[in-house]
Design a protein. Structure first.
Length: 191
């Protein structure tokens, strides 16, 4: 990746020596390169979410049976998950998992409305992520809490709530529970 960045920066410098009209058009461009953004001043930023497509669904309130709890991201090493986060899952009208991320601990009662079966919107400093992945009813559940199984391999659609609604920000293919956990972790922490 370092070689790619050096190559891109070298090309940028060489192209910067061309006439001012080309230089001006280059300055206005922003390129997304392997999850790194190089802006007009060649400042390198960690990956930022890019709005790919808006969805007409509210992951916080539109589930017929939203299960909510506080916990860490499963499928990754405990040391990697700095939760606990407010989390939720839906296995009714749409299959998805929710994570409410914040730099501070958000208490479950602060972020949920159990009576209304929804996650509260507008929590100060919170970011909301939804992970749409197919689920199925297990053929042989291990216990009464084993209400669904993820389907692997699957393409996971990752959404984020912005001021003007939910947007698809990324897609990822997962082949295991651990890969799904890592995808969630990397999405929330913008890696």
């Amino acid at each position: 990746m370092k070689k790619l960045l050096i190559l891109i920066l070298g090309a940028y410098i060489l192209l910067g020596c061309e006439d001012s009209s080309n230089k001006e058009s280059l300055i206005k461009k922003t390129e997304i390169v392997q999850d790194t953004i190089i802006d007009k001043n060649t400042n390198i930023h960690p990956r930022e979410e890019v709005k790919i497509e808006k969805i007409d669904f509210d992951f916080l309130t539109d589930c017929d049976s939203l299960d909510m709890w506080q916990g860490g991201i499963q499928g990754i090493n405990v040391s990697d998950s700095t939760g606990p986060f407010i989390m939720a899952q839906c296995f009714a009208n749409k299959n998805f998992d929710l994570i409410v991320y914040s730099n501070r601990k958000i208490e479950l009662k602060e972020g949920t409305d159990f009576k209304g079966k929804s996650i509260k919107n507008g929590i100060a400093g919170a970011e909301y992520y939804a992970f749409e992945i197919p689920k199925k009813i297990p053929e042989e559940p291990e216990n009464e809490f084993d209400t669904y199984d993820y389907v692997y391999p699957s393409e996971v659609k990752i959404y984020k709530l912005f001021e003007d609604g939910w947007y698809l920000i990324k897609r990822g293919k997962v082949d295991s529970f651990e890969e799904l956990g890592r995808l969630k972790f990397n999405s929330v922490y913008k890696k």
